[in-house]
Design a protein around this ligand. Sequence first.
Ligand code: KMH
Ligand code: ZN
Length: 277
Amino acid sequence: MSTPMVLTAAMVGAETTREQTPHLPISAEEIAEDAVKCREAGAAMVHLHVRTPDGKPSQDTELFRAAIRAIRARTDVLIQVSTGGAVGMGVDERCGGLKLTGADRPDMATLSTGTVNFGDDVFWNPRPLVRDIARRIRDLGIRPELECFDVGMVDEVRALAKEGLVSLPAHFDFVLGVPGALTAREDALDFMIASLPEGCSWTVAAVGRHQLPFVELAAVRGGNARVGLEDNIYVSKGVLAQGNWELVAEAAKRATAKGRTLATPQQARQLLRLDTV
Ligand code: KMH
Ligand code: ZN
């Protein structure tokens, strides 16, 4: 039996707009409604950003709280908050989701591990800032998903582990295909996997038209995948996905066709070691 595959739905993001797709969820209720369908389609986790009512990217604690409560009232899908936010945000703003404790505490949070060109912008993650966010995640007692936009960032995680800011084995997210960063190519994925510290798990989040083909590459390599409107709005060439759920459904179809079963949230909790931080 192969290891169950964890599908994550990156539902909202900071860059996708309603002008690009009318199916982007914005309010807590819209996010929760789509999250329920993502879970039914096979997602074990959602990667969460939030927006103000007019659609602007935000990392506001209360907007996160509302979205998390709306999701948890309806489904058991795991919730991973973004600490990346949108380019140009400061560290305190980015960490809004990490202020949630008790019943509203997220299950996981992203930790971007280095600075990278992000289209025509720069996603600014100097080493002291990465360490600041790593400490905040550690203090909340949750696991980071270590976002690597290029292969040197995997090495940076080794340094973070030596400093006691990340515990190994850890869970990585290889973000491939961001313009200006590592390309979405099969050999690039293989190099990332080969670079991992012993025993680590990984997800691949490929951007744009690469998103769904990389679900299949991850499936045959025993990895996990992230899909969703944050990274891609099309379910096939020129056809908008009707919601995040449709991308998850397509990912699930492709993963199971490659012989993988899909992880439940409970299985994902174990596979990603969320209870042993
Ligand atoms: N919006 C990107 C600049 C994360 O969520 O941790 C960064 C991002 C990363 O989305
Ligand atoms: Zn994100």
